[in-house]
Structures are given as C-alpha cells and as structure tokens.
Design a protein around this ligand. Structure first.
Ligand SMILES: C[S@@+](CC[C@H](N)C(=O)[O-])C[C@H]1O[C@@H](n2cnc3c(N)ncnc32)[C@H](O)[C@@H]1O
Length: 350
C-alpha cells in the first residue's frame, strides 16, 4: 500500500466491504470459548495496513467480547502486516483517531506485528478472535509474468493455471497458520474482494485502463518496455468456491470448521455521489486514487530506479500513472460496485 497514510485516505471501498463482514464477526464471537476468567483475551487483525479500516471492526469485536466477558478483562489487539507496512500511520490512528477503539476502555491494549501472514505471526493456541479484511487475496509471491497485462484475471492458459495453483496453496497455508494460532473454540472471519462464479471482478475494467496508460508510458519513454513487462500484481479476487474448497464436502479443514460463507455486493460510494452531483472528474479522481494507494507500490517494484534505491522514483511513476488513469476514467464514468466474499470458521475443541 502507498505509505504516509495514503491508503487510510483513499481506501473507502475496502472499508465498506469489510463493514459487510462485521455482523458475521459479531455472531461468531457469541460462540467463542473465552477461557479462564481474568486471562487476557486476544483479537488479531491480519493485514491491517494503516489501521483506519480496522477501527470499526475492532470496536465491534471488543464490544461483542465485552458483552460476554465484562469491562475488566484485558483485551490485546494485534495488528499484523508486512514489515514494510506504514506502521507509523497505524500507530497515529490508534493513538489519535476520534473513533479509536481504546477510547473509554483502559483495558484494551493495541500491539503490532511486522511479519507476513504466510508465516506464523503469533504463538500457538493464542488467538480468541481473528479478523482479516481485504488482505488474503494477496499471494505470497508473484508466480509468473502475464504477457500484455499485469492482472491475474487477464491471464490465460498455463499462466493462469500457475496463478490458480499459487492462490490455492497460499489460501491453505493461510488457513493452516491461522488454525495453529487460534485457540480451540476461537473464530476466524475473513473478507476478500470477490469474483463472480465465472472468475470475473469489476476491478478488471479499471486495471485494463491502467494497462493502456502503462503502454502510453512506454511509448513516451517514461518507463521501458522491459520494466512494463515485469509488472505483475500478486493479487487475486476470489470466487466463493475458491475460499470454501479446502473444507470439502464435510466442511472441515484440519481442526477448522466452516461455519458459513457469503457473497455480498459492496456499493460504490463514489458512484452514488456522482449520481447526485454529476461530477465525472471527482469520480475519476476517487477511483484513480483508490488504484494508486493500493496497486502502484507493487507495480513500481518493477522499475530499475526503484530497485536502485531512488527515493523519488515510485512517487513519480505513481503520479504519471494516476494522472493518465484519471483522465481516461473521467471520459467514461462507471460504477465500481463490487463483490465481497466472506467466510467464517471456528477452531473445534476436539
Ligand atoms: C487492501 S489492504 C487492507 C487493509 C485493511 N485490512 C482494510 O480492510 O482496509 C491489504 C493489506 O494486506 C497486507 N498484506 C498483503 N500481503 C500480506 C502478507 N503476506 N502478510 C501480511 N500482510 C499482507 C498489505 O500490506 C496491506 O496492508
């Protein structure tokens, strides 16, 4: 994600998608085994980014836990993300946001872990409530180049098959690690941007436009053709079937039990505003800044100057790409109503 709080500022769409999973989180917490009275309760937030979008789900989780465990029980909230994450912005939000979840609750203690969620990030049998929103669609690595594009959905044949294998094994790895970290009787709620049953997502349209702009940038010499060919997003919007596959017909994956899964539509708030004010430029700016804050840092890793440590290269690249994307999107206003996939699992006690 783009640093200096950029993700916090522009990630309204993931906030709305994650919010649709909160009722599932509250329901799941009703069945969590809370263990020994007085011992700290542990909530984990996997792929927290810069924290703004974690405030509402964490506040909801804390309220649901408090309703059962009382006001005195200490609660630890672990926010986990990659070591390169903008943890400064995360801690600023946790310390100063008017809607921070610690406000009025002296027995809640936020913590952070800078480590990939494709590794063990917390001790075994430790977590009561696990949450991950709009993060588990990032693969552990880029499995291959995509000729002519940078987005999985536009790959075909063996390239696509390689991505699908990587996605399936990463998802099983994510579940296995979370299973180990959950306490028996704990719950895990995951939401990810979704694809429909045919594997299509609404994001492909915007990413096609960005791909066209990258072609223009090659033509004008802003980036080289070789750099362009190295650009790939290790991200994959999932079908619901992809998420439930490891659980098989019996609804179990090791000691994890599938409680439910759902697909919901995330309304595009920028589009709703556009329908009121007709401001195509504002709509295009919101969509292009959303794209910039999430995707340009990964694309920029393909640039020679970024690899050589030039501190300004990634921002200059993002400026040019975002400008070209905004120009084009403003001429063809479109909604980004998207799908979110939600899955709820519990760790069995036996
Ligand atoms: C789109 S943001 C979502 C942030 C927030 N949870 C939300 O709902 O808005 C995705 C986050 O997942 C993180 N992420 C991607 N791969 C990861 C990994 N392997 N381990 C930990 N975090 C990862 C990214 O660094 C990023 O902060």
């Amino acid at each position: 994600m783009e640093g200096k709080g950029s993700y916090n500022e522009h990630a309204r769409l993931p906030a709305l998608g994650g919010a649709l999973a909160i009722p599932y989180l509250e329901n799941a917490i009703a069945d969590v085994l809370l263990g020994e009275a007085g011992a700290p309760l542990v909530i984990a937030d996997y792929g927290s980014s810069q924290g703004r979008n974690s405030l509402l789900p964490m506040r909801s989780a804390i309220a649901a836990v408090r309703a059962r465990a009382g006001a005195e029980r200490p609660i630890l909230v672990f926010h986990e993300d990659q070591p390169v994450n903008d943890f400064n912005s995360l801690f600023e939000v946790l310390d100063a946001a008017p809607d921070r979840y610690t406000l009025g609750d002296p027995n809640v203690f936020p913590c952070a872990v800078g480590r990939s969620f494709y590794e063990a990030v917390l001790p075994r049998d430790f977590v009561h409530v696990a949450w991950s929103s709009y993060a588990a669609m990032w693969l552990s690595r880029i499995p291959g180049l995509i000729p002519g594009h940078f987005f999985f959905e536009r790959s075909v044949g063996e390239t696509r098959a390689v991505f699908e294998r990587q996605g399936a094994s990463d998802w099983e790895r994510f579940l296995t690690l979370r299973m180990q970290e959950l306490r028996p009787g704990g719950c895990l709620v995951v939401s990810v941007p979704g694809a429909d049953d045919d594997g299509r997502s609404v994001f492909a349209g915007v990413l096609d436009v960005a791909n066209t702009v990258l072609g223009e940038m090659v033509d004008e010499g802003a980036i080289s053709a070789e750099e362009r060919s190295r650009m790939v997003l290790n991200v994959w919007p999932r079908r619901r079937a992809d998420l439930v596959a490891p659980f098989g017909s019996g609804g179990r994956f090791g000691s994890l039990v599938l409680r439910c899964s759902a697909t919901e539509t995330v309304p595009d708030s920028a589009w709703a505003d556009y329908q009121q004010d007709g401001n195509a430029r504002a709509l295009a700016d919101r969509h292009s800044m959303f794209f910039r804050s999430i995707f340009t840092p990964t694309l920029a890793t393909a640039l020679d100057r970024v690899r050589a440590g030039d501190p300004d290269a990634a921002a200059a690249f993002a400026d040019r790409l975002t400008e070209g994307l905004g120009e084009r999107l403003a001429h063809a206003p479109a909604s980004l109503d998207s799908l979110v996939q939600i899955i709820v699992v519990a760790r069995s006690v036996s």
